[in-house]
Write a protein that binds this ligand. Structure first.
Ligand code: 5AD
Length: 309
């Protein structure tokens, strides 16, 4: 009954959403996931969309408590050269994939250097989609990247609760700024992706409800959700991982609320769920195979187990 209501209204009262996140009623959860799968097939078709992920640099100015490439963690830093990036794009295109995703740590100078690279990619592959995931940047840099030919941008909000946000990030980072970037990216004509970690330290179900409401209000074209997974030598190293089950429920709920969104079955989820299938069965329709060169891949070390799925 609840699930049918969610499917037809694309919405539910807060209490019902919280119940879906927390219930031990396996039958209800199965209805949720199966409903999300059906709605996905109806709106997005059966085909799983592939995006070629190129982790171009792990240089990052931020010091997020959870992240394996945070500034103060000792990892060998790298940035791919323009030639290496173009070579990765060629391998993505050769694999028959129509979208390049250039992801990297937050590095405004590095992002500016990407402007001519994006231009070169756009010239060589005029019909491919170019997705960027480079964190918070000056609006002028966003504009230059857009003008160079990028058309999508992924920027997870990580949590919609300002106080929770402040416990996951250093004081220099503000949820407000993150949301202002998302608005600006949309204004510039990017297709925008947002999303959060599930089970990050100090998160409560009511925070997840706030995440759902924020995503619902913003209406992003893409939604990236993955469980928190601890990484060694970070402030959150000894916190437990998030729940794959809760992540799947959130994917399903958001599929039913935003039936046309593109939702990846994320690597972090695959680490906990033993592969990408569970996410795809719960309403995700995208996978992002990694095309980062093997020589540097292990240095893009966000969380434990990332390189073993
Ligand atoms: N566990 C899960 N996801 C993480 N990310 C960063 N660190 C972790 C972690 N320890 C995610 C963040 C970020 C994306 C690039 O990776 O959500 O936005």
């Amino acid at each position: 009954m609840t699930i049918e209501k969610l499917i037809s209204r694309r919405d539910l009262p807060d209490d019902d959403l919280l119940h879906l996140l927390e219930t031990g009623d396996d039958v209800l959860v199965r209805q949720l996931l199966e409903g999300a799968f059906r709605v996905k097939v109806a709106h997005k078709g059966k085909e799983v969309l592939r995006r070629g992920l190129i982790e171009w640099s792990n240089v990052c100015r931020n010091d997020c408590m959870y992240c394996g490439i945070r500034r103060s963690r000792k990892v060998q830093r790298y940035s791919l050269t323009p030639e290496q990036i173009l070579d990765c794009c060629r391998r993505v295109a050769d694999a028959g994939i129509g979208t390049f995703v250039l992801q990297g740590g937050e590095n405004p100078a590095g992002a500016l250097e990407l402007v001519p690279v994006v231009k070169a990619i756009r010239e060589r592959w005029p019909r491919h989609a170019i997705t960027l995931s480079l964190g918070e940047l000056p609006f002028e840099t966003y504009r230059l990247l857009r003008e160079a030919g990028a058309n999508r941008y992924l920027l997870r909000h990580e949590t919609a609760n300002p106080l929770h946000y402040s416990r996951l990030h250093p004081a220099s980072m503000l949820l407000e700024s993150r949301l202002a970037c998302l608005q600006e990216l949309r204004r510039l004509g990017f297709e925008v992706g947002m999303g959060m970690m599930v089970g990050s330290p100090f998160q409560t179900p009511s925070h997840l409800l706030e995440d759902i409401r924020l995503i619902q209000r913003f209406g992003p074209e893409m939604i990236g959700i993955g469980p928190f997974i601890p990484q060694a030598d970070t402030p959150f190293a000894s916190f437990p991982a998030g729940s794959a089950d809760t992540t799947l429920r959130l994917i399903a709920i958001l599929r039913l609320m935003l039936p046309d969104a593109n939702i990846p079955s994320t690597t972090a989820l695959a680490v906990l769920a033993g592969g990408k299938d569970a996410g795809l069965e719960a309403g995700a329709n995208v996978v992002m195979p990694v095309f980062t060169p093997d020589t540097v891949k292990n240095q893009y070390d966000l969380y434990i187990g990332k390189h073993n799925v």
